[in-house]
Structures are given as structure tokens and as C-alpha cells.
Design a binder for this molecule. Structure first.
Ligand code: ZN
Length: 328
């Protein structure tokens, strides 16, 4: 039986432990980035380069929690049978707003690491854990990402597969640091999954290229499709909820403005990216005659559904967008 991981200190004290086996220049860079990005949100995430090996008993596996089903899938590919993985957000929960119950907080506090996407996406979860004084070692798969679209305006970075390739690298680096005995396995699986993501990205690029440039205008329920649009060359014309979280409320004036923009641009589709916004979108569709098209953005579908893996989710979304925008 090994000791449970000590609760991590957050903020300025966090990455000060001596680190073995990490090149000093890497550590210096990670420390600098952590300081530079020291907002209340990011300060509870630990730089991956600051991790050191856990004292795992023979045959004992890492206990890993993931925030979303998509974060979990990346960890499942890289960690496979070498980790014990749990997913925190149930399918259909709104990750922007998800607040864990006391029991979930307790369970999360006992894991070796909690992986989040980061960049402010799981703010409510992370804040709740810190406030309870029970935050586990928290690692952001998006660490080091420098996306084209500002993640403060749109944190849904996984809709660009190139960002998920960086997630895969970060997952392998973090799991290897915590559990160096399986480092080769983590690296081998990361490479294989990265190859699948590369092929996916090529397929999606071809699919998106079928659409004429004048049809590439997107309106969504909230600011969720920015990274997809930047990667596959779509233009975001507006959102029903003008913000990075699906939980905000638009004003009547915002909606009226968006409707007139849509009319002027001949846009007759609104993409639904979050389960919470359906009624607002239906009201708007009723007024403007726009069609609603459901995408999978915050979560995979239930097993057996049309988007029960990340690869299927991306293919489903791109196909749905191209089809919807192709219709007259
Ligand atoms: Zn969202």
C-alpha cells in the first residue's frame, strides 16, 4: 500500500519540488509559462514537466480521472490497460457548469491525477475542488497549446484534431512521468493514435473542401466552433449566446441583430452544440425559419450512438456541417 498523493499546493508554491530526470531548461520554461499564465483558473493546474514518478507497488496501476468523455478517450488510447480510468462528466452534462457532488469530490481527491482540457473550460469543476480543499493533482491536456482562436473566447480546442495530437503528446508525457515503468507503452500507443488523428485530419480537410467558399458561413448556439472553423476554413458569423460558455443568456437585441445578419447573408441553419440551448434555438428557429442541426461538441454520444469515439464525433460533425450548408 502506498501513500495517497499529498494534496497539491496551488499557485506560486506549486512547482517548487525538486524534479528528477527533467532537463533544467524545460523546467525553467514550464515554470515561466505557469507564472505568466497565473490566472485564478490556470494556477491550480500543475505543469506536466514538473511531475515526478509516483511510488507505485508492483502491479499497481495509476488511478486517473478525466473531466470530459473526450479527454477520457485520449487517456484511454494512451494509457490503455496500464491505467484505471474514470470519467467525471456524465454524457449530457454541461461541462462549463458541472459541479461535482461531495461524493464525487471525495472520489476525485483520491485519484493520482485529474486530467482536464484546461484553458478555462472546466472552471466550475476546478474551482469547486479547490474550494473544498480536495483538489487532486490537476493536469491540463491543452498545456502549451497556442491555438489560432483565443481559447478565452472559445475553449473547445479539441475540434481541431491538430490540438488533440498535442493532447496525446501531453498525455504520454504526463503518464510516463508519473509511471516511468510503462513509458515505452505510453509512447508507442501515443504514436499509433497520433497517426489515426493525422489521417482523420486529412479526411476532414477533403470533406470540407467540397463546399463552395460562399457557403462556408456558420451560426451556432454558443461560441464553440471557432477552432473547427479556423482549421477547415469556415467563417463564424455569430452565436445565439455570445460567449464561451453555454450558460449565458443573450439579450433580445443580440438575437434580433443575429437574425437580421442571417437574413442578409442567406444563412438558414443554426448548429446546436450543447444540450442546454435547445429551447432558445427552437424559439429563434421558429421566428426566422432556420433549421437546427445537432452536433456533438462537449461530449461523445452514448456508446452505440453516432459519435461514440472522437474520430466518429469529428466525422459526424464535419459531414453534418457540409450537408447542412450544401442544401439550398
Ligand atoms: Zn461549450
Amino acid at each position: 500500500m502506498r501513500d495517497l498523493p499529498a494534496p497539491q499546493a496551488f499557485g506560486a508554491e506549486a512547482p517548487e519540488r525538486a524534479v528528477k530526470g527533467i532537463r533544467p531548461e524545460l523546467f525553467a520554461v514550464a515554470g515561466f509559462v505557469a507564472l505568466a499564465a497565473c490566472t485564478p483558473e490556470s494556477s491550480k493546474e500543475i505543469p506536466i514537466a514538473s511531475l515526478s514518478a509516483l511510488d507505485l507497488a508492483q502491479g499497481e496501476r495509476l488511478q486517473v480521472a478525466a473531466s470530459t468523455t473526450i479527454v477520457a478517450e485520449v487517456l484511454a488510447h494512451v494509457g490503455a490497460e496500464d491505467i484505471v480510468l474514470t470519467t467525471t462528466f456524465p454524457p449530457g452534462a454541461d461541462p462549463h457548469e458541472f459541479e461535482p457532488t461531495p461524493r464525487e469530490i471525495e472520489r476525485l481527491s483520491q485519484t493520482d491525477a485529474l486530467f482536464v482540457s484546461g484553458l478555462g473550460y472546466e472552471t466550475v469543476l476546478q474551482r469547486t475542488l479547490v474550494e473544498a480543499g480536495l483538489a487532486p493533482r490537476t493536469l491540463a491536456l491543452s498545456e502549451g497549446l497556442a491555438p489560432e482562436v483565443d481559447p478565452a473566447a472559445d475553449p473547445h480546442v479539441w475540434l481541431d484534431p491538430r490540438n488533440v495530437m498535442i493532447w496525446v503528446d501531453n498525455a504520454a508525457m504526463a503518464l510516463s512521468a508519473l509511471d516511468p515503468d510503462h513509458a515505452d507503452d505510453y509512447a508507442r500507443r501515443a504514436l499509433a493514435y497520433r497517426g489515426q488523428l493525422q489521417e482523420l485530419d486529412g479526411r476532414l480537410e477533403e470533406l470540407a473542401a467540397q463546399l463552395p467558399s460562399e457557403d462556408r458561413k456558420i451560426v451556432a448556439d454558443h461560441e464553440a466552433l471557432g477552432h473547427l472553423a479556423a482549421r477547415y476554413d469556415f467563417e463564424i458569423v455569430g452565436s445565439l449566446i455570445p460567449g464561451p460558455s453555454s450558460a449565458a443568456e443573450p439579450s433580445a437585441r443580440d438575437l434580433a441583430e443575429l437574425q437580421s445578419t442571417m437574413q442578409a447573408d442567406g444563412i438558414r441553419v443554426v448548429f446546436i452544440t450543447s444540450l442546454g440551448n435547445r429551447s432558445l434555438a427552437e424559439r429563434m428557429a421558429g421566428d426566422s425559419g432556420a433549421r437546427l442541426v445537432q452536433l456533438y461538441v462537449e461530449s461523445l454520444s452514448e456508446p452505440g450512438g453516432p459519435a461514440d469515439s472522437y474520430l466518429k464525433l469529428m466525422e459526424y460533425n464535419l459531414a453534418a456541417i457540409v450537408e447542412a450548408l450544401s442544401l439550398p
